[in-house]
Design a protein around this ligand. Structure first.
Ligand code: CUA
Length: 339
């Protein structure tokens, strides 16, 4: 047994007490909502099971062979129908109550509040990389303030991973070439476990991390502890030049490429006659799969950068493009009226 494995084993045994608990801590608004629903459903199911079990036992004893129970007076057909109808309708009502209770719980997992703090997370064999909006980066660790809605925007560098936080009762797949979202509001300061819950290769089991929920004051201190880090947009600007994007998109070169200043959030007319809103997914696609959406009036000459730019750097390029205002590039990319 080599030393590294020994360390892993020790780490595993050390955390075993946490692994064996029946219920993980309840540390987010979402956890409370799904637990309440789950226990209500379990409670109603248990009551029905109990009722059926009691009736079975009672009938078995009462109508056993040789008992002197009255078997002659069966209820009238009309009364039987009324009983059946009552049972069916009450089941329907119970199911509808759970339906209307659970739909908002489920939907809210897919459309969180608009003002949530967005943090980018990139899965990679075999680690989680976290990109905070102010430029701080973390590996296998995510620091968040308590009581504030957080939106995690997930993607992955290679295969499908799954971001799983038992204490929040939340799990969402990170899919290559796609941004998926996960919202939560932590309710209790503390350290919670983060897992990858999608088999993603030999060291899938080691793809673990921690979520550190801090009080607002501690979080502020934590943010300042990192000194000044360049913002994602500033880092993106450097990359924009380093990868040669500026060569074509800045409009100085002879190559005609669409202007990017102020493009974010605006509709873009495409060559096939449709329009698309320039959101993060569109910008991501345009970098790794430029032929997917050809802008009207342009030739598909841009090479694909798939596999050449790490996802973390694509996030920064997108942050830079988002930060551009119309007219930011005075030297001006070629205007569409020049055609
Ligand atoms: Cu990543 Cu399993």
């Amino acid at each position: 047994m080599n030393e590294r494995f020994d360390g892993e084993l020790f780490d595993y045994l050390w955390h075993l007490d946490q692994d064996l608990i029946l219920m993980p801590p309840q540390a987010a608004v979402e956890a409370v909502r799904s637990d309440t629903l789950l226990f209500a459903m379990l409670g109603v199911s248990a009551l029905i099971v109990l009722l059926v079990a009691v009736l079975i036992t009672w009938f078995c004893l009462r109508y056993r062979a040789g008992s002197n129970a009255d078997r002659g007076h069966r209820p009238a057909t009309k009364n039987r129908h009324r009983l059946e109808l009552t049972l069916a309708l009450s089941m329907f009502v119970i199911f509808m109550v759970f339906f209307f209770w659970s739909v908002p719980v489920y939907l809210d997992l897919y459309r969180g509040p608009k003002d949530a703090l967005t943090i980018n997370v990139v899965g990679k064999q075999w680690m989680w990389r976290v990109y905070h909006p102010n430029g701080i980066e973390e590996i296998n660790s995510l620091h968040v303030p308590v009581g504030e809605p957080i939106r995690l925007r997930l993607t992955t560098q290679d295969v499908i991973h799954s971001f799983f936080v038992p204490a929040f009762r939340l799990k969402r797949d990170a899919v290559p070439g796609m941004y998926t979202n996960l919202w939560f509001t932590a309710t209790k300061p503390g350290t919670y476990r983060l897992f990858c819950s999608e088999y993603c290769g030999s060291f899938h089991s080691r793809m673990r991390g921690r979520i550190v929920v801090m009080t607002q004051a501690d979080y502020e201190t934590w943010l300042t502890r990192h000194g000044s880090v360049p913002s994602p947009a500033a880092a993106g600007k450097q990359l924009f030049q380093a990868y040669g994007c500026s060569g074509c998109h800045l409009g100085r070169s002879s190559v005609r490429a669409p202007s990017l200043a102020g493009i974010y959030g605006r509709p873009v007319p495409l060559a096939d006659g449709t329009t698309i809103i320039a959101d993060e997914a569109y910008l991501h696609d345009s970098i790794v799969r430029p032929v997917k959406h050809i802008v009207a009036g342009y030739v598909p000459i841009m090479p694909s950068f798939a596999g050449q730019i790490p996802e973390g750097e694509i996030l920064k390029l997108i942050a830079y493009i988002k930060s551009l205002e119309p007219g930011d590039w005075e030297q001006g990319p070629v205007q569409r009226s020049d055609q």
